[in-house]
Design a protein around this ligand. Sequence first.
Ligand SMILES: *Cc1c(COP(=O)(O)O)cnc(C)c1O
Length: 394
Amino acid sequence: MEAPDIDELVPADRTLMGPGPSDVHPRVLRAMATPLVGYLDPTFVDVMNDVQAGLRYLLQTDNEHTLAVSGTGSAAMECAFGNLVEPGETVLVPDNGYFGQRMGEMADRAGGDVATVDAPWGEPLSVADIEAAFADHQPRVVGIVHGETSTGVKQGDIDAIVDVAHDHDAYVIVDTVASLGGVEFRTDDWNVDVVYSGSQKCLSAPPGASPITFSERAVEKVWGRETQSNSWYLDLEGLWSYWGDDPAYHHTGMTSTLYAAREALRLVAEEGIEARWDRHERMAGALVAGVEAMGLSILPAEADWLPSLNAVRLPADADGGELTATMLADHDIEIAGGLGALAGDIVRVGCMGHSARPSNVLQTVGALGRSLEAQGVDVDTGAGVAAANAALDE
Ligand SMILES: *Cc1c(COP(=O)(O)O)cnc(C)c1O
């Protein structure tokens, strides 16, 4: 057999303004080049402890059972549902976005009976509808998506939703993959049972070290299971044998990925979590000001706006596929098209982590205008850039 001819990799120099991955800080890139040690080396156990401390701060929780799942956000989603849901239990999930629907698929594979609570794509769920769904279905577990990446909607009232669920002795799992570290989220103050996220969105680390935390109440449910969960790899008991106090081999720790996550979490701690939420709101606010001054609009109502992911409505004569292609080819900027029910209607512009910076915002607004003009769409690029620029001064 002949050896394949594999060229040296020279990646394109992109600015990442899509739904993730986001731009990675040079300090985090450098941390990935740190020499490897064994997965039980005392220095690596220290790394894991630092990661856990950083994750607790990021998640605003004192939960002991806090760790990074080896895998992307979907692996953390599977870990949450796979451990918390027992076969035959009813699981209530949202139907107002792509990732709520994915929760339903995972709950189904965990053996749950899936019921849905609906809202139009582009709107959050109402607490009243969730209360009504409790009356109709009596779920044991409720899934909620804090930042729905397919619609750019922030689900508010998390604490009120948790109260409804707890009044019925049910458990709440919240997906914060697109929001954690970018948009206010308070695991303990809001009494959430399980929260999971990803590393390549607002944390701005490479994908593969996905935060997850279980409250004591959730852990008791998992320890009390009558059946084993379907996944060996994501079983909390196995994971905790490695991440707990007396680490033993379960599966090989993600050495370089955890070095990177640790550095990204150091950056969060240095900035301060509140300052980081505020920065996302200001940077994405300038982006939105630019987009609107250009003559475009944002899909969700202002109260439901998710700063980390901005769903920009396309004018009828604009082609979203062509727009994302031009942004990439001519401007080296990655944005994304619409998903599911919104395919063709919106483009999705992220503003996450290290990508939430003035230079990225100004570039993106200008390039968006130019790329639309190239299609013959009537937008005022100059007014857009001026408005974004002015908003950055506020
Ligand atoms: C990106 C995303 C996921 C899936 O994460 P992956 O890292 O792609 O596996 C889940 N939920 C939401 C809200 C997301 O934005």
